[in-house]
Design a protein around this ligand. Structure first.
Ligand code: 6PG
Length: 245
């Protein structure tokens, strides 16, 4: 596990954008494409804004980049709480990424459960072609995650039965009392998150010192059963932190 701490959002977001660009270039060199799952919430916003600015806008191989989501709120895409909507506004609408490379969670189907099933089909088709067999979980090149003050990540909340999920790749979830927004979600599950070649956590230390201390104590520490602590990818695990609110 690699932890980098930055003094402010500007340094944090530029370093994170540079990290994403580096992963994109290596993935395209290896496989001809780069599959990244975006996280939601407030922390990644300045990182996404950087992706729409030079040098990242012009250096990123957008035609080879495929965007997925680590989780999504069950709201229309133009809703202020939509993770897709935030990414679309901050960079997707401003960079030359082909529309067919953007794979949002479907929110125009009858239920979050149906959306999760369709999202799993999207991941299956992207990673394994039309092969109808459910193969091993897709190994995305990079998954971005945040962490809540309760230790949740994506929409995997403490005590959720989803933390034991071993076969489904995406699932419907609802946040416990006190977690906002109190909206149904669709989330990637740990089998997919832990199959990633790299997981990059993006977090502001402000207001999260205690949970970060527990989560970053490592597997044997007091926070080992927290959802964020259960993220132990096959590949690299990196934390970028900054000290600003
Ligand atoms: C979401 C996110 C969620 C988020 C954390 C941290 O959809 O809400 O996926 O897991 O990353 O709650 O959120 P902040 O970055 O806003 O602190």
């Amino acid at each position: 596990m690699r932890i980098e701490r930055f003094p402010n959002k500007e340094a944090f977001s530029r370093a994170a954008a540079r990290f994403v660009l580096g992963k994109a270039r290596r993935a395209v060199g290896r496989s001809g494409r780069f599959a990244v799952a975006l996280s939601g919430g407030k922390t990644p916003r300045p990182v996404y804004e950087q992706l729409a600015l030079p040098p990242f806008r012009d250096a990123m191989p957008w035609e080879r980049v495929h965007l997925f989501w680590s989780d999504e709120r069950w709201v229309p895409r133009q809703h202020p709480e939509s993770n897709f909507g935030m990414a679309f506004e901050t960079f997707i609408s401003q960079v030359p990424i082909p529309a067919q490379n953007v794979h949002p969670v479907p929110v125009d189907v009858e239920s979050p459960q149906e959306a999760a099933t369709q999202y799993e089909d999207t991941l299956q088709a992207f990673c394994h072609g039309e092969d109808p067999k459910r193969r091993t979980p897709p190994a995305l090149d990079l998954i971005l995650l945040g962490v809540g003050a309760d230790g949740h990540t994506a929409s995997l909340f403490p005590g959720s039965p989803l933390l034991e999920e071993r076969s489904r790749w995406a699932a419907a979830a609802f946040p416990p009392q006190g977690i906002s927004p109190a909206i149904s979600r669709v989330t990637l599950t740990l089998p997919v998150i832990n199959a990633a070649r790299c997981v990059l956590f993006l977090a502001s230390v402000a207001g999260k010192q205690e949970i970060l201390r527990r989560v970053l104590d490592g597997p044997g520490g007091p926070g080992h059963s927290l959802p964020a602590s259960m993220v132990r990818p096959q590949g690299q695990l990196v934390w970028f932190l900054h000290d600003e609110y």
